[in-house]
Structure formats: C-alpha cells, structure tokens
Design a binder for this molecule. Structure first.
Ligand SMILES: C[S@@+](CC[C@H](N)C(=O)[O-])C[C@H]1O[C@@H](n2cnc3c(N)ncnc32)[C@H](O)[C@@H]1O
Length: 501
C-alpha cells in the first residue's frame, strides 16, 4: 500500500482474525473484584473502546454479547476496518462504530468518555511517540473509575529472541518480494545461522523458541517480526507510562496469574511476599517466570472495596461450566512444575457447576457440609475461570448474539477463519472448530450433518486431519465425520445450548 501513514507498521498482509476473551468486560471486572477494587457496572449502559482492533472480531463479538454497551474500535489499516464493518453490518450490530484512524487522528475524533479501553497486541509494537499518543488518549477519554486492559511483549522473556527479531526485521529491508516471501527468506537466514553453529545460537533456550516459530501462522509472524518499531517492555516501564495517564495497576487479566501457588515454586513465593513495592514485586516475578507476555489491568483512580463488599458481590454472582465436565483437568504443567489442583475442593465445585448455572451463595450453602468455605470457593472459581473451565454468568439470551452467531455459522461454508461464537450467558466468546460450525450450518439448513459436511469438504477440496494424519480416503473421512457428529450431538451441542448459543 502506498503512502506513509503506516508509521513503520506492517500493512502488506492482514493480521489474524482472533477473539481474545481476556478483553471481555465480565473478565475484567472479575479481575478487579478479585483484587478488591471497585469497577464500573456492566448490567447498565457502558462504553467500551478497542484501540488497534485489527479485523474487529473481538469488538464485534463483545458488541453482540453486550447490547447495553456502546462499542468503538479503531485500526489504521483500512483493510482491517473494512472486514470489521462488514461483519458488524451482516450481524446487524448498531452498537458498534469502527474507524480506520490512527491513534493520533483518533485523539481528535468525536468520542464519548469510556468505561473500558483495551489494547491487545499493540503497545510494544509501536514507536515511543505512538505510546505517548496512547497515554494522552487514555488521559483524555477514560472515565474516572474506568478500566484499561493492555497486553504487551515483555522482558526478560523476549530477551533471547529480541536479536532474532532485529535480524529478521533488518533483512526484510534488504530483500525484495511479497511479505510472505521475505518472511520465508528471513527464516531461512536464521536457519542457516543455526546450521552453521553461529555462537549466538548456542543459547540453551533458542532452539525450542525457533522450533515454536515453525508452527506459527505466517500472518502472525510477519506482524511480530517485520515491524520497524518493536520494543518488548519491562513491567515497570509500562506502569510508569500508564502512570502518565493517571492509571493504577490492578493485576493480571489472565486470572490464573492471581494464584502464585499455581505458577511459582515455594522459594519464589516466599521471596515475593517480602516485596511490598508492587512495581518491584511484578518485575521480580517476571524474572521468576521469564515472562514473555503480560495482560495487565489498570484503573483510573483505584478505590478499594472492603472484604465484606467483595464477599457480597461474589455471593450474588452466578457461574457456569464452559466445557463438558470430563474435559476439566486437575493436573496442569506450569512454570511451578506439575501442579495438582486440590481434588477435594475443585471436584465438588465442578460437579455443582456441571448441573447448570449456580450462584456463589448457593454453592456455599451446598458445599458447607463438606467444610468448604466462601473464600475457598472464590479462589477455586477464579482458577477455573482463568483456565477456561468456568465463567461468571452475565445474561440470558440475546437476539444480537443469535444473529451474530448465524453469520459466523453461514461464513463457515466458504472459510474457516472465524472460529468463535458469542455467548449472551457469559458475555464472552466460545471457541468452536470449523467442523463444529459446519455441523451447526447443517442444523440451520435442516440437512443430515455428515452428508452435508462431506459435500462442502468435497466441493472445497478440503482434507481433514486426525491425530496428525491426513484422512485421504472418502471412507476414512466419512467414518471420522460420523464419530465427530455423534460427539457434537452428545456433548458440544448441549454445552452451546447451555451457554445460550
Ligand atoms: C498485532 S495487531 C493486533 C490486532 C488486534 N488487537 C488483535 O490482537 O487481533 C496490531 C494492530 O495495530 C494496528 N496499528 C498499528 N499501528 C497503529 C496506529 N498507529 N494507529 C492505529 N492502529 C495501528 C495494526 O494495523 C494492527 O492491526
């Protein structure tokens, strides 16, 4: 694309179409509640803005899930915004407005004050000047008491890969061709250095990090490794910059980060409790974890809430299971090693949630005979939500989500890139596979699922894979489809129904 509006950012190929559940108002307020900080009510009208919204799937889905919210999104790449507006139009969303303005231009736009502003995958990919523009935007448009979500590449975790980004980004300017071709050449250069045993490549962590690259989507790789401005940041730097916009750090939007025992070995926990300065604590914690990416929540004017208020709000909240119960694992591999969640606590909570949405007050009443307390239930629900097994309930059913989901399902006939549906019950996105979307399309068209999906796959020349093997005969594909359709009818479909989809 000609012109000089790109500011060093890659615009030759679009970014991936992702949905990021951490950005949902329900997730953000749960983070604030866990940290005993007051938050804006989301059962009344609120305003929400996503800066650098990409192709807008997250903002659109949230607009469908929260009809009481007024959503805004900007991204200076008009190709991204054309996609975002197209989906909003098709889904009949009237509570979302997209713009292709840069951050600088958006500063002067006619916008309302916001309750929520989110920035996912942008803050460490732009110049220091643009970061300053964002700070000014936050200061100008965030309401007092408003919430900011900001994610960014972090040091020390990116330390070992930063020189690789430097090399690839530099090489991009020295070779010609389309972005994807240049990416291939840059990756070949890296591979050659590895083969030739360049001393830098003896770093013990590099091999596995380079291996991970091979499995990544090219759109992601181009946007990660080819940007002129690419500055992984230490947490204290971001805290200081957010401070310029009068924001206070609250905690991580990734809720399992709230539970140290889940992430850190005992020695690290014992050390961290001695650090009362939150900046130092977070910085040191990032060294213990070798943190590479942070998803942080800030507020403008943190007002603490007494423990009793927190307990009351929590008891009034309801939670629901978001996966089929047998997918809940109590054993997890984390930076602390193999972590075993306490079965005598987690299993009863999961069993209760498996029966349907339930308020925390009701959970307390049902589990009190087993000696389980409100505090334990609260922490269990935070971990289960953070792991994607459970979620707070924020609504019932919604006409907007129905239409939005219908559009996503219809689009699955021609492409498989949109793989999230909107749940009005949890006010968040739910991951579904392309195959599941095609089964839903069969249902919508009242067609037998296996034959219907088989026809679409044949027409589009698509082959399925199972356990890493391509299914290359009609018999194998049909048998697999039958098995998947049966499983979807028994498990996936009822779960979606419970989630209001
Ligand atoms: C890594 S992508 C993330 C997109 C989206 N938040 C997501 O996670 O899918 C960064 C986005 O920032 C946009 N962007 C970069 N610089 C910008 C600027 N100065 N003003 C507005 N958007 C910008 C790019 O077009 C790109 O879509």
């Amino acid at each position: 694309m000609a012109g000089n509006w790109q500011d060093g950012y890659v615009t030759e190929i679009p970014y991936t179409q992702g949905f990021y559940h951490h950005l949902s108002p329900a997730n953000l307020i749960l983070c604030l509640l866990a940290k005993q900080v007051k938050f804006p009510p989301i059962d009344q009208p609120f305003t929400y803005c996503e800066l650098a919204c990409g192709q807008g799937l997250t903002t659109n889905l949230l607009a469908a899930a929260y009809p009481q919210g007024e959503f805004y999104g900007t991204d200076f790449n008009p190709t991204h915004i054309a996609q975002a507006q197209d989906l909003a139009r098709a889904a009949g969303l009237r509570n979302v407005t997209f713009s292709d303005q840069s951050f600088q231009e958006y500063l002067e736009a006619d916008l309302p004050p916001f309750d929520f502003i989110s920035l996912h995958g942008i803050y460490s990919w732009i110049s220091p000047e643009n970061r300053r523009v964002i700070q000014t935007f936050l200061q100008k448009y965030l309401k007092v008491g408003g919430v900011v979500y900001v994610s960014y590449n972090t040091l020390p975790g990116w330390g070992v890969m930063a020189p690789i980004q430097k090399l690839m980004q530099f090489y991009r300017g020295r070779v010609s061709g389309l972005a994807v071709e240049r990416l291939k050449m840059a990756l070949e250069l890296v591979e050659l250095l590895k083969t030739n045993q360049a001393v830098y490549f003896q770093h013990p962590w590099l091999a596995s990090r380079l291996e991970q690259l091979k499995a990544q989507d090219v759109h992601y790789l181009v946007h990660e490794f080819f940007n002129e401005h690419w500055h992984p940041l230490y947490v204290d730097e971001v805290m200081a910059e957010m401070g310029n916009a009068k924001l206070n750090y609250v905690g991580s939007a990734h809720l399992v980060d709230h539970v140290d025992a889940f992430n850190l070995p005992p020695a690290a926990i014992n050390h961290l409790v001695t650090l009362s300065d939150p900046m130092l604590r977070e910085l040191v914690r990032d060294f213990y974890l070798n943190a590479q990416f942070r998803r942080d929540v800030y507020v403008r004017g943190a007002v603490g809430m007494p423990g009793e208020t927190q307990a009351q709000i929590l008891q009034d909240m309801a939670f629901i299971l978001t996966v089929v119960p047998n997918l809940v694992k109590l054993e997890h591999q984390t930076t602390a090693g193999q972590v075993q969640l306490q079965a005598s606590l987690y299993q009863p909570v999961v069993d209760q949630l498996a029966q349907g949405a339930v308020t925390v007050a009701e959970l307390v009443a049902r589990l009190a005979p087993q000696g389980i307390t409100l505090q334990q239930i609260g922490q269990t629900l935070i971990v289960l939500t953070g792991l994607g097994y459970a979620h707070p309930v924020v609504g019932e059913s919604g006409l907007l989500t129905e239409r939005f989901n219908q559009v996503i399902v219809e689009r699955a006939e021609l492409a498989g890139d949109l793989q999230f549906l909107a749940s009005p019950v949890i006010g968040n996105g739910v991951k579904v596979s392309h195959l599941e979307l095609l089964f839903l399309l069969a249902e919508q068209r009242q067609q037998p699922p296996v034959e219907f999906v088989w026809q679409i796959l044949s027409r589009r020349g698509l082959q399925l894979t199972h356990e890493g093997k391509v299914l290359d005969t009609p018999e194998a594909t049909l048998a697999f489809l039958r098995e998947q359709a049966a499983q979807f009818t028994q498990q996936g479909r009822p779960l979606l129904q419970r989630l209001g989809i």
